[in-house]
Ligand binder design. Structure first.
Ligand code: KDG
Length: 337
């Protein structure tokens, strides 16, 4: 409790004053204090996610001069879960996690974890940018978080150190790091692997020290985080589409003026379109670069991919329950239209 109280105490200090106001005290009117918006992510500065945040900062600066955005990559402010807790406490203002770790805060986000749900990015955009996606973003307010918009992480693929995986049988016994999410863990167990949850910031070292044999992430992350230095094979399983949620603390949002709120939302949307474009280009082009770095990149035949789909989807009944089942049905119905 003491730690929480101390952290919450710091939160009130998130303002900065522009210029040397003190020297002019009594002469010129003091310039308005800027509120600081600290945004942290797990990925690094090369990833489209960080470029998207830079775009957000630029666009926000064009619109208001009362907010100073500060960006932190490489889990400098913590992992996805602890950063979201920071948003709730008001000790950090923004972050952009994959939806998978959000299920610890709002179970309904599990709907995006069902393997092989979205056939392509456009189908994902349709759901995420439509009423279902909005409903889920709005529900975050109940846990002290303002969900702004969805950005893209992308279709996840398997990498591992030693086996050219082409069938679920090839994964037998492989120790695979997943995000902290029960649906992902179950799906990898169903595929025959030995999954273990871990924060992203610990992953490279775990691969290097062989604590785990493999992991799963979109191509852009595999490339920009240099996983090719410690992994031999990428199999293009595309087993799940990971959205990012760009989110800020409800406290920061509520303390913003209507003008600032409009500016935050507009900048977040412009940055979303920019980030998705960069990310799609990266996910299209970087497989070749992985090969140049010495990785074998395995493209599955439709039959091979169907074998992964069949096994992974056996977990649907276990997790399609209650509110999650209703959402899943609505997503599936919408995708059929
Ligand atoms: O910046 C986002 C990352 O923290 C994380 O969500 C990336 O997909 C990810 C993973 O595998 O943890």
């Amino acid at each position: 409790m003491l730690v929480i109280a101390a952290l919450a105490g710091c939160a009130g200090n998130n303002t900065a004053t522009e210029g040397e106001v003190d020297k002019n005290a009594g002469n010129a009117p003091a310039k308005a204090e800027k509120r600081i918006m600290r945004i942290g992510i797990g990925l690094n500065e090369d990833h489209p996610q960080f470029k998207g945040l830079e775009k957000f900062k630029e666009e926000l600066n064009k619109r208001v001069d009362t907010i100073e955005v500060q960006l932190f990559a490489n889990s400098q402010l913590g992992d996805d879960r602890s950063m979201m807790e920071g948003l709730q406490l008001g000790t950090q203002e923004g972050t952009c996690p994959s939806t998978a770790p959000i299920v610890g805060f709002k179970e309904e986000f599990k709907v995006f974890d069902f393997p092989f749900l979205f056939p392509n990015e456009e189908a994902a955009d349709k759901i995420l940018d439509g009423p279902i996606g909005q409903e889920l973003l709005d529900s975050l307010s109940e846990v002290g978080i303002k969900g702004l918009v969805y950005w893209e992480n992308g279709f996840r693929n398997l990498t591992n150190r030693e086996v050219p995986v082409r069938t679920p049988e090839d994964m037998k016994g492989l120790k695979i790091r997943t995000m902290e999410n029960p649906v992902h863990l179950a799906a990898f167990r169903a595929l025959g692997a030995n999954p273990t949850p871990m924060a992203f910031g610990e992953l490279f070292t775990a691969l290097q020290q062989k604590t785990v044999d493999g992991q799963e992430n979109p191509i852009a992350t595999i490339y920009y985080n240099k996983f090719y230095e410690v992994q031999g094979y990428t199999t293009l399983t595309k087993h799940v589409y990971s959205p990012f949620v760009f989110m800020i603390s409800q406290k920061f949002w509520d303390e913003s003026t209507p003008e600032e709120q409009d500016a935050i939302m507009e900048a977040a949307k412009i940055a979303r379109d920019y980030e998705r474009k960069l990310n799609r280009e990266a996910n299209q082009t970087l497989a070749k670069e992985l090969e140049k770095e010495g990785m074998e990149v395995i493209e599955l035949t439709p039959e091979q991919q169907a074998a992964f789909m069949e096994k992974a989807q056996t977990i649907y009944p276990e997790f399609a329950k209650g509110k999650v089942a209703d959402l899943l049905e609505r997503v599936q119905a919408e995708l059929k239209k």
